[in-house]
Design a protein around this ligand. Structure first.
Ligand code: AMP
Ligand code: MG
Length: 410
């Protein structure tokens, strides 16, 4: 099946890519090694948290409606050290933050509200409320509660929470194994002086970084010549060892058949061109369970193609939720002239003092100008139309980084 006649919209293309994604197997990892991994099982709290009623202040554990004028200190309860006493009317136990409330007691009076006289205390206020300064059993988390859903990328908060519930290993998705291939006879490594007509292979470094950032394991990265046979052989090797193979270059009009011919030889071509800018030449091919993405050579086109399609496929392979890129509505800070295809302009989105997201593009948007993506936290989606979009109009944007707020004055 080849869908080469019509240029597909990015939406159509993403649906085709997602329809061919297969979930990767899972593995168990120690909690210490789980950061950044995608949880493959829902985590249900195996116990209440906290597991015992605990003091939230340093003070004295008492019975709240005990009317004794003073109370004898019958013991000390420190966190982690239990004292074998029962609080009865006329008694109190010294207690530290986090220590379990001793049996009999139902409130903790903070040290500030107490006068200690020899071996007894006098409470310097009229009323003590039941449960005062006590964290009851299960107040934070109830046993059986869903605490972390499957598909969550494990971060610091999730990992701390799992540790607090006695979970020391978790089932996560295996990392996608990714190969990155740059094509082009003009390419040299960054540490090589440029000869006439040569340019540096930036895509290989950029796509390896992007793949790692997306949680993949890069199993191979290299460069291939502008030669169909050798590219085909190289790609065949990579397919055998990879879940995803990403190539860049070999797709401009003069070279059109270079990567297309290699990919056609190796698998089923689903997409060849997109109704978008940058990144019109875009190949999506499947070979067995391996996904191949033939990205354009121009660095910005390759980056946009990666972030919109490859990164989304990687999220889907690992079961990450949500799978789609994050969309927001933004207000334009300046006029924008649309093109004849859906344009993904690199932009800076910020949140103004009223809480409105405002977008400004990063200057010239040519597909070789990687500087347009540096510092850009968004892709402004500019659909084609006859007249310019005016400052103040609304458009959608895909977030690729955090949005900074502008603090209100005063
Ligand atoms: P191509 O699709 O191979 O015709 O490449 C289009 C443009 O991108 C050409 O100007 C190439 O020199 C450039 N290009 C291709 N591959 C890379 C790469 N790996 N790094 C930087 N630029 C590249
Ligand atoms: Mg080339």
């Amino acid at each position: 099946m080849q869908q080469t006649k019509r240029m597909l919209t990015p939406r159509e293309a993403l649906d085709i890519v997602l329809a061919h994604v297969r979930r990767l197997p899972t593995e168990r990892v120690d909690l210490m090694a789980a950061a950044g991994r995608v949880l493959a099982e829902p985590i249900v709290a195996p116990e209440d948290h906290p597991p015992f009623p605990a003091a939230t202040m340093d003070g004295f554990a008492v019975i709240h409606d005990d009317t004794s004028p003073w109370r004898e200190i019958i013991g000390e309860q420190f966190a982690g050290h239990l004292v074998d006493v029962v609080v009865t009317p006329g008694t109190a136990v010294r207690i530290t933050t986090g220590a379990p409330l001793p049996p009999g007691a139902d409130a903790v009076v903070p040290v500030e509200d107490v006068e200690v006289v020899d071996d007894h205390i006098v409470i310097r206020r009229d009323e003590v409320r039941a449960g005062e300064n006590v964290r009851p059993v299960g107040v934070d988390i109830r046993r059986g509660e869903l605490v972390v859903p499957a598909g969550t990328v494990l971060g610091a908060a999730e990992i701390g929470l799992l540790a607090s519930l006695g979970i020391s290993a978790v089932s996560v998705s295996c990392r996608p194994r990714v190969s990155v291939l740059s094509t082009g006879d003009e390419l040299v490594d960054p540490d090589t002086p440029l000869g006439p007509g040569q340019i540096r292979d930036s895509n290989r470094f950029m796509l390896v970084a992007a793949a790692r950032q997306a949680g993949a394991e890069v199993v191979w990265a290299g460069r291939g010549p502008d030669d169909v046979e050798r590219l085909t052989a190289l790609l065949r090797e990579r397919i055998a060892e990879s879940d995803v193979v990403i190539s860049s270059g070999g797709v401009s009009v003069g070279e059109r058949d270079l990567i297309s011919a290699a990919l056609r030889e190796l698998g089923t071509v689903h997409i060849e061109r997109l109704f978008m800018k940058p990144g019109k030449p875009f190949h999506f091919v499947t070979a067995g369970s391996t996904l191949l993405f033939g990205l354009p050579g121009n660095p910005v086109s390759a980056l946009v193609g990666f972030e919109l399609f490859v990164a989304t496929a990687l999220r889907a392979m690992t079961g990450q939720v949500p799978v789609e890129p994050e969309l927001v509505t933004v207000v334009l800070e300046h006029d924008v002239v649309p093109g004849d295809r859906i344009e993904y302009q690199r932009a800076v989105v910020r949140c103004d003092a009223e809480g409105i997201l405002r977008a400004r593009n990063t200057g010239p948007q040519t597909s070789a100008r990687l500087l347009s993506a540096v510092g850009a936290n968004a892709y402004l989606i500019v659909p084609p139309r006859d007249e310019p979009y005016r400052a103040g109009e609304r458009l959608q944007a895909i977030l690729r980084g955090p949005v900074r707020g502008v603090p209100a004055r005063g």
